[in-house]
Design a protein around this ligand. Structure first.
Ligand SMILES: Nc1ncnc2c1ncn2[C@@H]1O[C@H](COP(=O)(O)OP(=O)(O)OP(=O)(O)O)[C@@H](O)[C@H]1O
Length: 363
């Protein structure tokens, strides 16, 4: 097992800067996810850890050892690619044994290790099956077994579930996590799927435009986004542009159009922005309070329900509070027959302790 230290990593491809000034520490045994939209530098960073690319600037260390320009075969990392990169006409056994053969491991030990890892990924009965005769999910497990059998210090996974259908993806998520915990192996996972990142990771690094925007646990990233990009990319949110208005008894008050917005001190995110930044408040739909009766207190808007969507477990509402602003509200299904109708006049409140002030992302 290893820790991974990335210090001031930059990667240029000609004029394109794929990754810029990246500093990251991935802890031993951690399930660490790189999350971000297409082209933001996730795969490039993963490949620099694997050694397929060397950084243009900066240092890659495993534990305290400088690995910046060590070739991939000398890093003891196991990698699973999006397309699995299996040999389709070889058997499951031959595919999984391949890395051990290259490492000149004896036949006896190879057999033991392949059988043991296939048992762990629950594929033992397919050991002699040709890979081309397996389902997508089974092929995925072979790819995983092949990466794990060499007993890597670090497991690198590049969107390994994206070729699977939704149900299988769910299943494999749980399976992957089970294996990761069982092996206790430092794992770096690349995805653009926020649900995958939130459900599986110990920590997440959110990327955009080649830069890491935020590193944190899933709850930190969701509850305390550092800028408008992170707030919007992970989960749904309401973003309203605000300006600073005044400070009353050390409580800062902002303004959205004609309405004063009160924010709890802990939600200020103050270290992360300056007064000159373009600012927003971010409020999650499930944090918004909605009522047909007038709500007393701060941060209350009057509005009309524009759209109601019932999903079974919850109710999603769009409430129009002025000509060009709607507030998303999510309420859990309480099991009642009648629920709020489109066109109903309502009040919505953005609770002071659930409002987060975020600056616009710097480009
Ligand atoms: N070998 C390469 N040569 C030139 N440009 C590259 C190369 N690899 C990546 N890039 C560019 O670097 C940027 C980051 O690419 P990267 O593949 O790391 O993004 P990503 O976040 O993994 O995206 P995706 O989710 O689509 O795989 C993109 O603009 C991409 O076009």
């Amino acid at each position: 097992m290893s820790t991974v230290h990335l210090s001031q990593i930059t990667k240029q491809f000609g004029k394109v800067t794929a990754v810029k000034n990246l500093d990251l520490v991935i802890n031993e045994g951690e399930f660490f996810t790189f999350l971000g939209p297409s082209g933001c530098g996730k795969t490039t960073t993963l490949r620099m850890i694997a050694g397929f690319y060397y950084p243009t600037e900066g240092v890659v260390k495993f534990n305290e050892k400088d690995m910046t320009t060590v070739p991939p075969e000398k890093r003891n990392t196991g990698m699973v690619f999006q397309n699995y990169a299996l040999f389709p006409h070889m058997t499951v056994y031959e595919n999984v044994a391949f890395g051990l053969k290259v490492r000149k491991i004896s036949k006896k030990e190879t057999k033991q290790r392949v059988e043991s890892v296939l048992e762990k990924v629950r594929l033992k009965e397919y050991i002699n099956r040709q890979v081309s005769q397996l389902s997508g999910g089974q092929q995925q497990r072979v790819a995983l077994a092949r990466a794990l059998v060499i007993e890597p210090d670090i497991l690198l996974l590049d969107e390994p579930l994206s070729n699977l259908d939704a149900r299988l993806r769910d299943e494999m998520r749980a399976e992957l996590l089970r294996l990761q915990r069982e092996f206790g192996i430092t794992t770096v996972y690349v995805t653009h799927d926020q649900v995958e990142a939130l459900t599986m990771s110990d920590r997440i690094a959110v990327f955009n435009f080649g830069e890491c925007q935020q590193v944190g646990t899933p709850t930190e990233i969701y509850n305390k986004p550092v800028n408008d990009f992170v707030a919007q990319f992970i989960g749904e949110t309401n973003l309203l542009p605000i300006i600073y208005e005044k400070t009353i008894d050390s409580q800062r008050v902002y303004r959205y159009k004609e309405t004063s917005i009160y924010v709890n001190e802990s939600s200020h995110n103050i270290a992360k922005y300056q007064e000159t930044d373009e600012l927003y408040i971010s409020v999650r739909p499930e944090a918004v309070i909605i009522s047909e009766n007038k709500i007393e207190g701060n941060n209350v808007f009057e509005g009309v329900i524009d759209l109601v969507q019932f999903t079974g477990e919850s109710l999603h509402l769009l409430v129009k509070i002025d000509d060009n602003t709607t507030i998303r509200v999510t309420e859990l299904n309480q099991g009642i027959e009648s629920y709020k109708k489109e066109g109903t006049k309502v009040y919505v409140q953005l609770p002071e302790n659930r409002v987060r002030v975020v600056p616009k992302m710097k480009e």
